[in-house]
Write a protein that binds this ligand. Sequence first.
Ligand code: MRU
Length: 344
Amino acid sequence: MKIKGKNYRSVWMENNSIKIIDQTKLPEKFEIIELKNIDEVCDAILTMKVRGAPAIGAAAAFGIAQKAFTSAESDFYANLKKAKTDLLNTRPTAFDLFYAVNKVYKAIMKTDNIKNAKTVGLKEAQKFADENVEACKKIGEYGDELIKNNFRILTHCNAGALATVDFGTALAPIRIAHHNGKNIFVFVDETRPRLQGAKLTAFELSEENIPHAIIADNAAGYFMQKGEIDMVITGADRITANGDAANKIGTYEKAVLAKENNIPFYIAAPISSIDFNCKSGKDIPIEFRDENEIMTFNDIQIAPSKSHAKNPAFDITPAKYITGIITEKGIFKPTEIRKLKEIK
Ligand code: MRU
């Protein structure tokens, strides 16, 4: 992604140190931070300095690879096992975390000597990151075919370059359509409580001069009913074998509203977000976050101190509400998603 004229990925490795764009500081401040060890990687994921399914996956992949690279031979395997457990315990819903960490861990364990295993881990983590960038570009190309001139598109949360390694999932088709000269307009759900839409999606669209407006989370129905939205595209944190999709809280209600108003609803996601072993959305663990994300705004208490809040971070959109899933291998009906297990 281009920020102030310079190209960045959301997470990358430089001389064996991990760098991320601190997403909690945007859009006010653009800050790059260094993650020096596995505890700092876990903390960055937990506190959402790095967030979005593939971005979390890449940070965790680099985290376990870095741990392997810096571990003494004497406690190499014990350290690696602990790093894997710590990373997998950070956030439960987004599947890329599990996909990427297991990939790097397996590659290291398969290598017969520790000296080689250290570089194998780094290579495997880099491969995950690079493949995600390529996958997102393909998602953009396939998704662009669905976007007609003058389309007004609703998106939820941030599914842009920041949420991936680069380019984005739901924002990739939007980017390509805009660069291909199509006249498009993006409705950006603000996405409470963490405001990924108002802060991050709007930031990415602003940087590329893509016309957009932020709307309150409960305003989408108003615009749909007035015929002002032509399609919805969101990302996904985990897709199950039957085509259900977990994504940021509020996605489900947008999908139901879209069906009610005859508006196509698409999910854009790489194959690394598909959990073929999970039968349906009912089996996806949903993360509940701290109630203070709801009780406060910009660190100021807004709710009565005797009140409590419930804060699920994701919901499940059943396959029946999803028109199609845009992947790097093409666009599939949710019921066809199992096919990808064979062709990936
Ligand atoms: O809680 P977050 O900010 O990590 O949630 C992110 C989302 O829900 C994204 O929309 C999702 O990861 C898909 S985009 C790659």
